[in-house]
Design a binder for this molecule. Structure first.
Ligand code: ZN
Length: 183
């Protein structure tokens, strides 16, 4: 048992992103240059930039991306394009678009990796667990029965960037298939 030696550089990167975010609602100016969702909202999909930033879908409704700091493999983030901290700050059509994309994210995970359940939710404000309080985002987390045991198991192994890129490629392929089926 080597829990204390967990090699988790992605957690360090995450902690580093905490610096400079005070949790206040800010317009997309100086501070939100550091907002990774605003950065992700600038890419077109597919592209090299989209791949690097793990953006699976980006359209006028918002974006779906893989969480670089996942609870489990396949942990998705869904966000509006606008740098908006909470639901009252959005218009009704924006909220409807967000729920459409959350629904698509669930369908995508179901088709790609067949989870047995999901946790879907919003963490609003830092005290509620938001890592990036200025830009609202929904978490869509796939779950399997017994996956807490699984997490303890994978907690002792390396999580490498290639693993997230492989998941990204798989989800992109599945999304293409879903969208072709719809047309
Ligand atoms: Zn933002």
């Amino acid at each position: 048992m080597q829990y204390q030696n967990l090699w988790a550089p992605w957690r360090m990167a995450y902690i580093n992103t905490m610096a400079g975010h005070d949790g206040a609602a800010t317009p997309p100016t100086e501070q939100s240059k550091a907002c990774f969702i605003c950065e992700a909202a600038k890419v077109t999909v597919p592209s090299d930039d989209a791949g690097q930033q793990l953006v699976l879908l980006r359209d006028k409704r918002g974006l779906i991306m893989l969480n670089l700091y996942p609870y489990v493999n396949g942990h998705l983030l869904v966000a509006p394009l606008d740098h908006t901290p909470d639901l009252p700050g959005m218009t009704a059509p924006q909220r409807a678009d967000l729920l459409e994309l959350v629904t698509l994210a669930q369908s995508l995970l179901q088709a790609a990796i067949n989870p047995q359940g999901f946790n879907i939710g919003l963490n609003l404000g830092r005290c509620a667990g938001a890592g990036l309080p200025g830009h609202l985002h929904a978490h869509v987390v796939p779950r399997w029965s017994g996956d807490t045991n699984y997490m303890q198991t994978i907690g002792r192994i390396r999580v490498i960037p290639e693993a997230i890129q492989a998941t990204y490629t798989r989800l992109r392929d599945t999304l293409n298939t879903l969208q072709q089926t719809k047309q």
